[in-house]
Design a protein around this ligand. Structure first.
Ligand SMILES: [Zn+2]
Length: 375
């Protein structure tokens, strides 16, 4: 089976998080057909709610060098407005259209097909597959449980390739070598309610909150490590419980999402957020951290990936740390991580699609990468 057919097969599974709809089973069947050992692992979320289906698989006969491949089989909901059925995997004008085509069933299909072709010859090492079913919901269980299991069984890879969509205009033109960290700050503002015509009687929670948000949005962030884009803080939500145009609200709240390079630790950012609130009355803060900034330090892995791209399609990829966080933020604590996958221009959009040529090239790049890695 080629990567396009396999990707189409996976798109037809409606694996909107946390549903699996057979996607993990299909990947396991594909891998075991060429001799990989597969283990389907289900984890219940910490609150006892959803069961998430995940896959660990491995192929190889020596532990000399272990390469991990990390991906997720779940997708975000399709939403409305598609020109084709988002789960039918329609092919049109050289494109494969469907939810998850780029993010990231295409990457999984390309790597599995490359691994199947690579497995036709003997090699000295092991390829491990970590496929999770809940990445799109912030990975509460999938990757952390798979990593825990790998640590317990002493099978953490040395390097890990993530098949997330990383490219810009064509497959291989960009490799993510890390990402900025992400922190959410809920800012609550408490004032005193009153009639808006009587300023002496009220304290406006909403005005105070807006002034604070504007101050943070305009903050001049230091930018010493140029490997990461500049830190930015964006107001993403604003609430107030008001019900009339002439009532000054007592309570208001907002969410700030901060994306930061390694110029800041999480503690430094928290201190900064609190320090900037000095002089404001009635503000309180809650922090939730999705991940720290990280960057791959293995020149060997970066060079090898870039060479695999260059030798396959003649392009010199750029290394970047832009884009959102991925499960790489969990894996980086144990091994080197890079992301190399399809173009990301249609992910999480209606009519998500990939050029079939890009998918075919990705399979070739992965095969070249495997050859070089285990050479
Ligand atoms: Zn993804």
């Amino acid at each position: 089976m080629n990567a396009t057919d396999f990707c189409a097969d996976l798109i037809r599974c409606k694996s909107v998080t946390p549903n699996d709809d057979g996607a993990i089973g299909r990947i396991a069947d594909f891998l075991s057909a060429f001799g990989a050992e597969t283990e389907i692992l289900t984890f219940r979320s910490a609150d006892g709610g959803n069961v998430v289906t995940n896959l660990f698989a491995k192929y190889g006969n020596s532990e000399r060098k272990i390469l991990g491949f990390l991906g997720h089989s779940d997708v975000v909901p399709a939403g409305d407005g598609w020109e084709t059925d988002p789960f039918e995997a329609v092919r049109k004008d050289g494109f494969l259209i469907g939810r998850g085509a780029a993010d990231m069933k295409g990457g999984i299909a390309a790597f599995c097909c490359a691994a199947a072709r690579f497995a036709e010859r003997p090699f000295d090492g092991t390829v491990e597959f970590f496929i999770t079913g809940d990445e799109e919901k912030g990975s509460p269980e999938g990757i952390r449980s798979l990593i825990d299991s790998a640590v317990r069984n002493n099978r953490i890879p040395r390097d890990c390739l993530i098949g997330e969509p990383s490219s810009d205009l064509k497959t291989g033109d960009r490799i993510y070598i890390g990402h900025r960290g992400s922190m959410n700050v809920t800012v609550k503002s408490r004032g005193r309610q009153g009639h808006s015509a009587y300023p002496a009687a009220y304290k406006n929670s909403l005005s105070a909150l807006c002034k604070y948000i504007a101050k943070i949005a305009d903050f001049r962030w230091k930018h010493e490590n140029q490997q990461f884009p500049t830190t930015n803080a964006e107001a993403t939500m604003l609430f107030t419980d008001n019900y009339a145009v002439n009532v000054v609200p007592e309570l208001s709240s907002a969410n700030l999402n901060i994306r930061f390079g390694d110029d800041y630790t999480i503690d430094e950012l928290k201190e900064l957020i609190l320090r900037e609130a000095e002089g404001f009355e009635g503000l309180s803060f809650d922090f939730s951290v999705s991940g720290e900034a990280y960057c791959c330090n293995s020149e060997e892995l970066k060079t090898l990936a870039a060479a695999a791209v260059k030798e396959t399609i003649g392009v010199d990829p750029v290394f970047s740390t832009a884009g959102g966080t991925s499960d790489g933020r969990h894996m980086i604590r144990f091994c080197n991580v890079i992301e190399l996958g399809l173009p990301d221009s249609t992910i999480h959009q209606k009519n998500e699609k990939i050029k079939i040529e890009d998918l075919e090239n990705l399979e070739k790049i992965y095969l070249r990468f495997l050859e070089k890695y285990f050479a």
